[in-house]
Design a protein around this ligand. Structure first.
Ligand code: HEC
Length: 123
């Protein structure tokens, strides 16, 4: 009788272990999937994010809490401005504030386009 109890306990432990493992596996599986879908979402957004990083916008601006505090956080900037207004701000930041420390964007038209698309995606 006692050996049956031990067996039952072992079986229960093994079952719990298997479940736990499966759950961990499912979670990491779906995270990997999300990351992949983000990565392949849109090459233009990827380029825009790269331009943002390369241009050093993050020295002054934070997105999702990461970056500097000289300028305002850019969380939700895609809801605040449309593409036209963003281009204007990037090419001539003085339209926001004549004494701004923000430098005008000097990259190519293509990079500006990608950068604006990236900023519009921040909602
Ligand atoms: C030297 C610091 C600095 C850098 C670098 C900088 N900015 Fe700014 N930015 C500012 C400041 C400060 C403001 C707020 C305007 C003001 O009052 O001067 C601003 C404003 C903005 C705004 C408008 C925000 C709002 O809510 O109205 C956007 C969009 C923006 N910056 C995007 C960028 C992007 C994209 C880059 C990189 C290409 C960049 N900035 C680089 C300092 C900077």
């Amino acid at each position: 009788m006692r050996s049956f109890q031990i067996l039952a306990t072992l079986a229960a432990i093994a079952w719990l272990f298997a479940c736990g493992k499966q759950r961990t596996h499912e979670t990491s599986g779906s995270t990997a999937q999300q990351q992949t879908s983000q990565q392949v979402s849109d090459p233009k957004l990827e380029r825009g994010k790269a331009v943002y990083d390369e241009t050093g916008c993050a020295t002054c601006h934070a997105i999702a809490g990461i970056g500097g505090r000289t300028g305002p956080s850019l969380d939700g900037i895609g809801k605040k401005y449309d593409a036209e207004k963003l281009r204007e701000v990037l090419l001539n930041p003085k339209t926001l504030n004549p004494n701004t420390v923000m430098p005008p964007f000097e990259g190519s038209e293509e990079d500006l386009d990608a950068l604006v698309a990236y900023l519009l995606s921040l909602r």
